[in-house]
Design a protein around this ligand. Structure first.
Ligand code: AP5
Length: 214
């Protein structure tokens, strides 16, 4: 399976990708996770990316495209992948088309996570992430047994800097301006599959599995 997960911040792309990754042995490639890892380890890429991420804006296309060109060549991608958070602009989508063409790879589909705006705001402001294993929780929808402690590994939960409400609002504006045009881009190519991402997690996963024939 080679798919793109497209949808607004907080639509549940990372949560459902983690389930499908484990279930089918896919590579889960989240540009957000790669960037945050670079910020944490203080690389040049991380330093460039941080100022855009903190304000809710997008990291420049040329930086992202170079990063993904490298990532898609890694051996774990051979068994299939989920692209989570990439592409996010039309130039990124065009670059991805060229990259995949060059690799002789065809996409199985582009899953559009459809969700009401207010639910996204509730999800993002309530999101907490384990600093050790990366497991995603939510104080409103999926809390831990012990507050602030990861059920899976005992790590400490943190809130992403860009999950503060004012940054969330900016991220949603940026999505509408720069990423939403991709809906049309992939619809015209006959690749778009719409999924109701406002329902319970298991149902979202089942809808994706059905849509791509798993
Ligand atoms: P990124 O990390 O990609 O953030 P995002 O797209 O804004 O997506 P999120 O991670 O916020 O949402 P998600 O859909 O994965 O939701 P999740 O599953 O966690 O990007 C961060 C930044 O990096 C960007 O702002 C930009 O600066 C930069 N960047 C990244 N990629 C880039 C690119 N290609 N180009 C340029 N810049 C780029 O779920 C959210 C919450 O909801 C969780 O708490 C979860 O528990 C809960 N939840 C999920 N599903 C359900 C459900 N079904 N029911 C109830 N609760 C649920």
């Amino acid at each position: 399976m080679r798919v793109i997960f497209l949808g607004s911040p907080g639509a549940g792309k990372g949560t459902q990708a983690a389930v499908l990754k484990d279930r089918y042995g896919l590579a889960h490639i989240s540009t957000g996770d790669i960037l945050r890892e670079n910020v944490r380890s203080g690389t040049a890429l991380g330093k460039t990316a941080k100022k855009y991420m903190d304000s809710g804006g997008l990291v420049p296309d040329d930086v992202i495209i170079a990063m993904m060109k490298e990532r898609l060549q890694e051996p774990d991608c051979r068994g299939g992948f989920i692209l989570d958070g990439f592409p996010r602009t039309v130039p990124q989508a065009e670059a991805l088309d060229r990259l995949l063409d060059g690799m002789g790879i065809t996409l199985d589909g582009v899953i559009l996570f459809e969700i009401p705006r207010q639910l996204v705001i509730d999800r993002l402001t309530g999101r907490r992430v384990c600093g050790s294993c990366g497991e995603i929780y939510n104080v409103r929808f999926k809390n831990t047994k012990v507050p602030g402690v990861c059920d899976r590994c005992g790590g400490e939960l943190t809130q992403r800097d860009d999950d503060r409400e004012e940054v969330v609002i900016r991220r949603l504006e940026v999505y509408e301006e720069q990423t939403a045009p991709l809906v049309r881009y992939y619809e015209e190519k006959g690749r778009l599959i719409r999924v109701d991402a406002g329902q319970e997690g298991d149902r979202v996963v089942a809808a994706i599995e059905k849509a791509v024939g798993l």
